[in-house]
Design a protein around this ligand. Structure first.
Ligand SMILES: [Zn+2]
Length: 267
């Protein structure tokens, strides 16, 4: 296992979604795009971190059975070896070394580690109290975006982040900071990662699905609040400028292939 600080980027397959689901301006555009499903691992001497965790392993086998209507409407293409446990094995990370599962939010394509949380005996799950509450009681319009079977169960070691803890520094050494970026969901978090080389990343996750959203040339079709989403992308641009960081958007089919994906990593 790595005992140094590394950032790994994984792709848990793709979701083939119509463009009108991505951009408000493309409301009549039914053309399908292959949306990557990223997730991340940060290794650290004090314990490893999974950020999100992609899709549950069942999605590789029976997407409609596990996800329901969303997978019926948008084909999900995922191989079994793209699930969190085989991917960790592939980079030599022991599940027992995972200290934190950090959730940007609880949407269906981000809860793959929670689906197998019993395999991480030393992990706590960090999520905002706001999104914990939304995720356990989604409204009708957003219900299809949640898979409660992944996390609404006994024994999940939740650790809830309050709004007052904005900018929470997980290790206390600046390696991983959690910033509130509401809009996509009310309690969404994005992440600022600083690596020993001096390289910095902003993992925007779904606060900026694409570079077009980040730069406001398009606005998201799906958001709990468009106004808050706009304030959040402006915040992300400030944070990226300050840290001279590379922004990793949440689901950008054009930019995603430009990153080094696991088993490669950033140091
Ligand atoms: Zn989402």
């Amino acid at each position: 296992m790595a005992d140094d600080i590394r950032l790994y980027l994984f792709e848990c397959g793709i979701i083939r979604i119509p463009r009108y689901v991505v951009n408000a301006q493309d409301a009549l555009d039914e053309a399908r795009i292959d949306n990557p499903t990223p997730w991340y691992v940060l290794t650290h001497p004090r314990g490893n971190v999974i950020i999100d965790g992609g899709n549950a392993p069942q999605v590789a086998v029976d997407p409609v059975g596990h996800w329901g209507v969303l997978a019926e409407r948008s084909p999900v293409i995922m191989r079994p070896d793209q699930a969190v446990l085989p991917e960790l094995e592939g980079i030599g990370v022991d599940p027992a070394s995972v200290r934190w599962v950090v959730q940007s939010h609880l949407h269906i394509d981000h809860t793959g580690a929670l689906a197998v949380i019993d395999r991480f005996p030393n992990a706590e799950v960090l999520v905002t109290r706001t999104d914990y509450e939304v995720g356990h009681n989604p409204q009708t319009w957003e219900r299809a975006a949640y898979c409660l079977a992944d996390y609404d169960k006994p024994g999940v070691p939740w650790s809830l982040l309050e709004d007052s803890e904005d900018g929470y520094d997980l290790f206390g050494d600046g390696t991983l900071r959690c910033w509130r970026t509401p809009g996509h969901t009310a309690g969404h978090l994005s992440f600022e990662v600083h690596l020993p080389s001096g390289a910095a990343f902003i993992l925007a996750v779904d606060a900026a699905n694409t570079m077009e959203h980040l730069n406001e040339t398009k606005s998201p079709a799906f958001a709990q609040s468009i106004g808050e989403a706009t304030r959040s992308v402006r915040r992300l641009r400030r944070l990226a400028w300050r840290a001279q960081a590379t922004v990793v958007p949440g689901h950008d089919p054009d930019v995603w292939p430009s990153f080094e994906l696991a088993p490669e990593y950033y140091v």
